[in-house]
Design a protein around this ligand. Sequence first.
Ligand code: FES
Length: 573
Amino acid sequence: MRKRRLRSAEWFEGPGKNAFMYRSWMKNQGLPDDAFDGRPVIGICNTWSELTPCNAHLREVAEKVRRGVLEAGGLPLEFPVTSLGESILRPTAMLMRNLASMDVEESIRGNPIDGVVLLVGCDKTTPALLMGAASCDLPALVVSGGPMLSGRHNGEIIGSGTDVWRYHQEVKNGTRSIEDFLSAEQAMNRSAGSCNTMGTASTMACMVEALGIALPGNAAIPAVDARRYTHAQLAGRRIVEMVKEDLTPSQILTKTAFENAIKVNAAIGGSTNAVIHLIAIAGRLGLKLTLDDWDRVGRGVPTIVNLMPSGQYLMEDFFYAGGLPAVIARLLEKELFDGSALCATGRTMGREFTGAPCYNDGVIRTFDNALLNEGAIAVLKGSLAPAGAIIKPSAATPALMTHTGPAVVFENIDDYHSRIDDPDLEVDADSILVLRNCGPRGFPGMAEVGNMALPAKLLKRGITDMVRISDARMSGTAFGTVVLHCAPEAAIGGPLQAVRTGDRITLNVPERKLELHVNQAQIDQRLAELRSLPPSVGGYQGLYVDHVLQADLGCDFDFLVGKRGAAVARHSH
Ligand code: FES
């Protein structure tokens, strides 16, 4: 068989002036002649950053990938891309997901790269890198940094994020002291890695494994477990083979693969953010993944993974119980996963995952003892969200899944903060908290504020959950009966903008309905008085507001949707 000419040969092959220049400058790093003998060049695309604490260990992981690439006869070249620290970045890391994806796409396309390993961890780093790599469609393999060890505080197991919300609620209702709250800081996040709950980072690590674009076992191995390094080294070896086989993302990330991932998201009680990210990743491959797909495909898949925020355990427990392979094996057994999909290993997903053992039925439940029978993300439609809104039933209160109540409206997040704890606020347990102008354009980046904390006076009465509705997102570590991503958003004239305090709203999850009990003519009349978008601030935020798509379309930029390939551009010298 004739050897395929590698893309990197466009730079490094031959006696010409340009090849001389490309090689010569690279040799200032001490590379020998045979580094350019036609071996695959593997980019190690790294989101390491001390400002992204969840990814701060990725240099060590990169070293292990490098070792694997060398063993397999490739040339590893590590490069940095924009890193997004969910816990630090203001106003929200989501504002920069698309920016990072552009950085990744152009870095891959503009350099002599034949295949790429994507080193990710914190929430948005996974979709950002996969979106960029998908648009190029060169062989790509994701390696996640792995979750932190379980948090331990004063004899309690505590989870990243989830227990911040819980502890804070307890401080507000007077059952926990502020000193105790503050002493949990280092105990909650006590090792390298990403959030140890089934938040967005863990969910996305599961999604890439379920999609087949990572090696089996990727999601759950703790960041500090030696097996994380072994996994990285094996990924380094495998990407060299993938280049030789010309195994590209578009062959792995098919519609079937996305449907499998939707089912896995239901089974793990995954983050609502996965809805937006998977739609955006699919869009980069020219695939149309819709909210209706999410509802149709996920329906009937029970949640069997008993992890916070839906359940009780943490990612470390999940790993010891068998991790995602055990979940996929259970789904395969029930024919809830299409085993014919292709894995990055070159074999089918069925071949890779069938029979994977489970070591703890308390953490990964059987279907007979599921955490929730209808666990999938539910897509709601109605006069309040004509293009759709979502709710995560596994994190909600069953008794509130069908509820009608009067709205208490907050114009934006500042309005919410200034009034929510006002003793005179007219609100009771039946009220529905409505927050608007926090969508992709109204709060550029679409803030994670949808899980509004309840009014202090109701918390003190022992109320722990209420229906909350917004055009915002919420953290994957959060919980509650929270309706999110209302589309179209208020800031562009979505009906959420028309709600007034006292209007009655019905949430009916079994019937997938979200209705505002105001007639359409009145809604239209109220919308006619719509406030306009705040003036553009220019710069990147201005670009964002001008081009971001609505939540139901994945919040990508309109001009980034689609696969543009990795054709080598002409050189300029
Ligand atoms: Fe980085 Fe949760 S804040 S993974």
